[in-house]
Unconditional design. Structure first.
Length: 235
């Protein structure tokens, strides 16, 4: 195996050249935009964990850009690992913030997620169901739906938002899955839809995380929840 081996995995790519996938490459700007917008939100809120998530979202765009331009085995890893880090980091932090659980519970949830995802990939290979390499992401909307169910009683707004984000992710996963199947009809492919929608998904997830962090003091009874008379209500 060579780390510089060329990989042709998408309809848009027709040769090993740098700009063979311009649309797939440039649509990664959606992650950069999401990172910039949410980083500003995180700074205004003084939310360092959200800022870390924003940086991770930006790294997804950079890694994916490298893969869709260089298209080598090492750049493929630069593509997938930032996604994995973002998903696992968000899961740990969301369990702590949304469910008010200790960090070890968040870490246990992340470990369980990795185990279920590995089992899903293994089952898919056994059944010959790889979904064009997308099966490893199939557990992400399931985890979002589970989080939505766990938060539904105390925070219906967040629960509904998580379900909506999960639905958008399912649509984006569809774009990723059918890309190779539609090459004859759509030479450009559909993978760019995965990028555009997932930029929205990442940005919305972080924005929801920031909002939940701002809501917590008001519901926790902490000293920060008390506002001076006449002061404006938090937004």
């Amino acid at each position: 195996m060579s780390w510089t081996e060329s990989i042709d995995g998408y309809c848009e790519r027709t040769d090993p050249s740098f700009w063979s996938e311009p649309v797939n490459a440039l649509t990664n700007l959606s992650f950069v935009v999401a990172a910039v917008v949410t980083a500003r939100m995180a700074r205004r809120a003084g939310d360092r964990s959200a800022l870390l998530l924003a940086v991770c979202a930006g790294s997804i765009g950079v890694g994916s850009y490298l893969f869709h331009t260089l298209a080598t085995r090492w750049s493929m890893h630069a593509d997938v690992w930032p996604i994995r880090v973002f998903v696992l980091l968000f899961l740990v932090l969301a369990v702590v913030r949304f469910l008010r659980a200790p960090v070890w519970v968040g870490l246990a949830a992340a470990a369980g997620f990795v185990a279920v995802t590995a089992a899903t990939i293994a089952a898919g290979r056994t059944l010959g169901l790889t979904l064009n390499g997308s099966i490893g992401y199939a557990t992400v909307p399931v985890a979002m739906a589970a989080m939505a169910a766990l938060t539904a009683r105390e925070d219906r707004r967040s629960s509904r938002a998580l379900l909506a984000i999960a639905a958008v992710f399912v649509v984006s996963l569809g774009f990723r899955t059918v890309d190779r199947e539609l090459c004859a009809a759509l030479p450009l492919g559909t993978h760019f839809g995965w990028h555009l929608l997932n930029g929205v998904v990442a940005g919305t997830m972080i924005a929801l995380y920031v909002r939940k962090g701002q809501d917590r003091p008001a519901s926790s009874g902490s000293p920060r929840a008390t506002r001076p008379a006449g002061s404006p209500a938090p937004r």
